[in-house]
Design a protein around this ligand. Structure first.
Ligand SMILES: CC(C)(COP(=O)(O)OP(=O)(O)OC[C@H]1O[C@@H](n2cnc3c(N)ncnc32)[C@H](O)[C@@H]1OP(=O)(O)O)[C@@H](O)C(=O)NCCC(=O)NCCS
Length: 165
């Protein structure tokens, strides 16, 4: 089942106003609406300089993820979201691998992220390790700081909250 789905998945960068509207709608529905957050709360200050990836199945956007750079060596992934009906079928993993590939290709040594506790297992399966507690989003969703070395240059990980500021 998963193999046949993956063969049909198309992962590429978002282009055009219509595609971005669908992309932000998916981010909002999966990551913000269940917590009664307003539209546009699914965006931050890195939208203009980030890499926005989408995963399409037969022309339908079913998964998204975003990459930005905190420094030349450190890239950060945010807003991973898969349409609930398609979760657990390899879409998130496909997106995550492509985001990591692009981070490494651009010279990053590591990828960092703040994972929802419910997604820790997903990131651990992809080689991320937990660095520490990141806090509660909306006073209720626990997040954990995680990181993975992706470059040939393994510099080690600085510790402490300033690393993620
Ligand atoms: C988390 C999320 C992005 C994962 O995407 P997905 O398409 O469901 O994941 P995949 O099907 O690619 O899973 C890849 C592997 O991780 C595992 N996995 C997925 N979600 C998991 C979870 N929450 N806990 C443990 N393992 C998980 C899968 O079983 C699979 O392992 P396998 O290859 O050994 O079978 C997606 O489920 C999602 O959008 N969740 C809601 C929003 C969210 O939490 N986003 C992350 C914010 S940090």
């Amino acid at each position: 089942m998963r193999e046949s789905l993956q063969l049909k998945l198309e992962v590429r960068e978002l282009e055009g106003a219509e595609a971005f509207a669908t992309y932000y709608d998916l981010r909002w529905r999966v990551l913000r609406e269940p917590w009664a957050q307003l539209r546009e709360s699914e965006r931050d200050e890195h939208e203009a300089d980030a890499i926005h990836l989408g995963c399409w199945l037969s022309g339908r956007l079913i998964g998204v993820g975003r990459l930005h750079f905190n420094s030349a060596e450190e890239a950060q992934i945010r807003y991973m979201a898969v349409e609930p009906g398609f979760a657990g079928r390899g879409v998130g993993g496909t997106l995550l691998r492509e985001l990591e590939r692009r981070a490494a290709e651009s010279g990053a040594a590591r990828v960092v992220l703040d994972a929802r506790e419910s997604a820790n297992g997903f990131y651990e399966k992809h080689g991320y390790r937990i660095l520490g507690f990141a806090g509660l989003l909306f006073d209720q969703i626990p997040h954990w700081k995680m990181a993975k070395d992706v470059g040939s240059c393994k510099t080690g990980l600085p510790a402490g909250p300033a690393f993620f500021a």
